[in-house]
Design a binder for this molecule. Structure first.
Ligand SMILES: [Zn+2]
Length: 176
């Protein structure tokens, strides 16, 4: 602002081509530099960007066997990764959004669409939501007790907290 004003005052000075640049050039230049800085900042902060990825969630422990890594048996269920379509492996942490994947093996090794973000400098996938893909169509996943009409996003122990009956895995296509 101050710079733009002092630049405007230079009109009173003997004119040369360079000092007669239109008054709006400097603010535009600053805006461009600021915009660039914002772009660089967001590139360095991948955790803020929401991603949609497709791939399969796999047990890392099984892949690691090929490299002679023996994962402790009690850790095996908690070491999952998304294998993306282009072959990248992104470790997944167990959070509310990924909990069903850690609790229900039926969701592993099959096509999924995953929405989430990369954390820890881009090396860990945090899942907000996931959908199973059937013929390329995303399906919402939930667990349902028919007796009590109770719906949950993850199966916990696979039994209804109310009647003790089974929680049935449901996959419902998203409306197009
Ligand atoms: Zn029930």
């Amino acid at each position: 602002m101050g710079l733009a004003l002092s630049h405007a005052n230079s009109r009173n000075q003997p004119a040369s081509t360079s000092s007669r640049a239109p008054w709006f050039v400097l603010p535009l230049l600053f805006a461009a530099i600021l915009g660039l800085e914002v772009a660089v900042w967001s590139a360095a902060k991948p955790s803020t960007a929401t991603l949609t990825l497709e791939g399969q969630v796999v047990k890392l422990a099984e892949l690691l066997k090929a490299d002679d890594v023996q994962v402790d048996a009690d850790a095996v269920p908690f070491v999952l990764a998304l294998r993306t379509q282009d072959g990248k492996l992104l470790p997944i942490v167990k959070t509310l959004g990924s909990r069903a994947l850690f609790q229900d093996g039926r969701l592993l090794n099959r096509p999924l669409q995953v929405r989430g973000r990369l954390a820890a400098g881009g090396s860990v996938l945090v899942i907000d939501r996931f959908y199973t893909l059937k013929n390329g169509v995303p399906h919402e996943v939930y667990y349902w007790c028919e007796t009590c009409a109770i719906r949950r996003d993850y199966p916990e122990k696979g039994v209804c907290e109310c009647c003790g009956g089974p929680m049935e895995l449901r996959e419902v296509p998203l409306p197009r």
